[in-house]
Design a protein around this ligand. Structure first.
Ligand code: PEP
Length: 263
């Protein structure tokens, strides 16, 4: 597969934390922190994924202050509009200028019963509206013991891509369920092995060119102290960060991984 330069992507999934007022203060401070550190946004893209109720405030702040940060939502409906109480459509997210949406996070899969079919429908809805899906896949500890690290993520990604033939812009996040919020990250070697297998899936479904350009992230207990070890892997193009994305200094330091990747 042709080697192309992929811009590293550091994404912060806030989950159900920070209301819209806290979000404004947080994003301002994050932007200052990165500015102080002379962060090069062209070299490493940084995005936040706040709760739905924060999105308008975050969008207004980013646009008014011309911040280089990107933002996205944590979920999306597979439907266009209509009688779907509590749901948010991709069209609504697009109207807010959301660049990304996380789809298929393990908490959605386990706590909200989202299966591969539902994930595929949501991915198709996002792509249809020009929002880049951040497609999350990952195995549980039981899956790992039974099938090894790649089988389940590969199967989940095949499912997720089943309705988007012709798509060119997606992000994939490999997030072993046992590593999320546990403090026990995967080894960089395991992350590399699975991310390489996921790139093969993208190549098989969307073609070599798209696969070579697709950012594949690792997620699961990423911190400033371990990000460099993941970023040294050739198939790991960034991180989806949960807990540590709520600490401005820590998240800014993860985004600044280039400063410590050689250490
Ligand atoms: C996540 O929830 O996507 C995640 C990776 O969480 P954490 O970084 O806290 O493990």
């Amino acid at each position: 597969m042709a080697k192309v330069a992929r811009i590293p992507f550091i994404a912060g999934n806030w989950k159900m934390n920070l209301d819209h007022l806290q979000a404004i203060a947080f994003v301002q401070k994050l932007a200052w922190s990165l500015k102080d550190a002379r962060h090069d946004f062209a070299a490493t893209e940084v995005a936040v994924f706040p709760p739905f109720t924060d999105l308008r405030s975050v969008q207004t702040l980013i646009s008014a202050d011309k911040l280089d940060l990107k933002f996205g939502a944590q979920d999306v409906s597979e439907h266009e509009s209509g009688a779907y109480t509590g749901e948010i459509s991709a069209a609504f997210l697009k109207a807010l200028d959301a660049a990304y949406v996380i789809i298929g996070h393990s908490e959605r899969r386990t706590l909200h019963g989202e299966d591969d079919e539902k994930v595929a429908a949501k991915v198709a809805a996002a792509v249809k509206h020009g929002i880049v899906p951040v497609i999350c896949v990952g195995e549980t500890a039981e899956d790992l013991a039974r099938y090894g690290p790649s089988a389940i993520p590969v199967q989940q990604l095949r499912g997720a891509l089943s309705g988007i033939a012709g798509a060119t812009d997606i992000v994939v996040a490999y997030e072993p369920v046992w590593a999320i919020g546990s403090g026990q990250a995967a080894t960089p070697e395991q992350a590399e092995q699975v991310c390489a297998a996921l790139r093969e899936v993208v190549a098989a479904v969307l073609g070599d060119e798209v696969a070579a350009a697709t950012r594949i992230l690792y997620g699961g207990s990423v911190k400033a102290s371990n990000i460099a070890s993941f970023m040294r892997q050739s198939n790991v193009d960034g991180a989806l960060v949960g807990g540590a994305s709520l600490d401005i200094g820590e998240f800014a330091s993860i985004a600044q991984f280039l400063k410590h990747v050689g250490t």
